[in-house]
Ligand binder design. Structure first.
Ligand code: AMP
Ligand code: MG
Length: 420
């Protein structure tokens, strides 16, 4: 035990009482170990999954040199560089139907896009620039050897790895694997994530709201965010602020999941019994992160499961999920490469107030103004104003050292939507 403490204490500038966002991210990253189990699935079922092995083409794609255009396959050595050349058309080739013979001196073959380049030809002249009189084909000067030819293996080369272990299978990867004729793919086992909400004030949807109660919305935002990551979900409902109930929930979550995500119960006023309990069940670090929204957060390990104890405020849940949990779950699921949220720069349409010394995640609307991308904030930015997330299409990230922003200054933006 105390393994996590040892790992995170090696991180330069690690201070659990005032932890910078980048340090918290690094601390989590240093503790994680990806799952190893894999399974074979039919090609279509691999969409959204993580490749468990390298994809190595067993043959070239395309398998032969072929024509990139409709036109005439010729031998470049036959062409006169500065005058017209007259060639004799001796046959034709279509995609899927090759010309069986060989092109001799002064000959050419009519070819369609995708047709295997006939033997003896190295160049294709597009049909729009030739003159035809029966089988006499007149080619203008200025043709370049190899033009309009797709060479064998220019897409995928036999024996040269094309997709790495840890790659997310998106539409393009499905196509690449399909172009190799592979009907099954080896992918990582799906990550299992258990989640629950904590709080005596919480009422589940479908029940009548009692006095002073609030509906449990966090379990819905978490459900949505986790579903989008493609993990297997285990919804453990609402857990009372009661040590026995919490212990039972954590034990059952740890027994069946790779990761546990909870909301609520980690703020200073509430954290004491949670802290004690989690300390008994495993190793959990409690952090005060220099960020807004989302200051308190717990990270640790209970049994074989990593625990992410998020704050209770609805916006803080979403912000901490996207800034820490998302990337951590992708690592656990076996993804490789840079997994940080996509970030770009946009002009702030208005002035923004900000104090240096913490990272702020304001909810923004990225919009186009005369061809320029600009960003403005949604209305109220309170951490209980979940509407601000629904109205937003991006986070405006105001970095740790940054002070207030003047209208027209560039700010970092993390768009909510990706193309694929
Ligand atoms: P906590 O972090 O448990 O102190 O909660 C902070 C605030 O978030 C309180 O106002 C809670 O009522 C609210 N809250 C906590 N959990 C939820 C939830 N699951 N759904 C909606 N609001 C919540
Ligand atoms: Mg609470």
């Amino acid at each position: 035990m105390n393994e996590l403490s040892r790992i995170v204490s090696c991180i330069d500038g690690y201070d659990p009482e005032a932890l910078r966002v980048d340090k918290a991210r690094a601390a989590i990253r240093a503790c994680l170990a990806p799952i190893e189990a894999s399974e074979r699935v039919p090609l279509r079922a691999a969409l959204g999954r993580v490749l468990a092995g390298e994809t190595v083409p067993p043959f070239d794609v395309p398998g032969h040199d072929n024509s990139a255009m409709d036109g005439y396959a010729v031998c470049s050595a036959d062409l006169r560089p500065d005058a017209e050349t007259v060639l004799e058309e001796i046959g034709s080739a279509l995609a899927g139907r090759a010309f069986e013979g060989r092109i001799g001196a002064g000959q050419c073959v009519r070819v369609m896009t995708g047709a295997v380049l006939p033997e003896g030809a190295d160049t294709v002249v597009i049909q729009e620039i030739v003159r035809t009189e029966g089988r006499r084909i007149t080619v203008p000067p200025g043709q370049k050897p190899m033009q309009n030819v797709r060479t064998a293996g220019e897409d995928l080369k036999s024996g040269v790895p094309v997709l790495k272990t840890g790659t997310l299978v998106s539409p393009a990867e499905l196509g690449v694997i399909g172009s190799l004729g592979m009907a099954e793919v080896s992918v990582k086992r799906r990550l299992r994530v258990a989640f629950f909400s904590t709080g005596d004030e919480l009422c589940s949807v479908g029940s009548v709201l009692g006095k002073g109660q609030v509906y449990d919305s966090n379990r819905y935002t978490l459900y949505g965010m986790l579903s989008r990551l493609g993990v297997e979900l285990l919804d453990l409902g609402v857990v009372r602020d009661d040590p026995a109930a919490l212990e039972q929930a954590l034990r059952s979550a740890a027994a069946s999941a790779d990761a546990i995500v909870t909301s609520g119960g980690v703020s200073v006023g509430e954290a004491d019994f949670v802290r004690r309990l989690m300390g008994e069940l495993g190793e959990v670090l409690f952090w005060k992160i220099a960020m807004r929204p989302g200051r308190p957060m717990a990270f640790g390990r209970i049994g074989n499961a990593f625990l992410f104890g998020l704050p209770g405020n609805p916006v803080a849940v979403m912000v901490t999920f996207y800034q820490f949990v998302r990337e951590a779950l992708l690592v656990l699921a076996g993804r490789s490469g840079d997994l940080a949220p996509t970030s770009l720069r946009a002009q702030s349409a208005a002035a923004l107030r900000k104090v240096p010394g913490r990272t702020e995640y304001q909810r923004g609307i990225l919009f186009r103004d005369a061809g320029e991308w600009k960003v403005r904030i949604t209305g109220q930015q309170g951490s209980g104003v979940l509407r601000s997330m629904a109205e937003a299409n991006c986070f405006i990230v105001l970095e740790h050292e940054r002070g207030s922003v003047a209208a027209g200054e560039l700010v970092s933006v993390q768009p909510f939507d990706g193309l694929v």
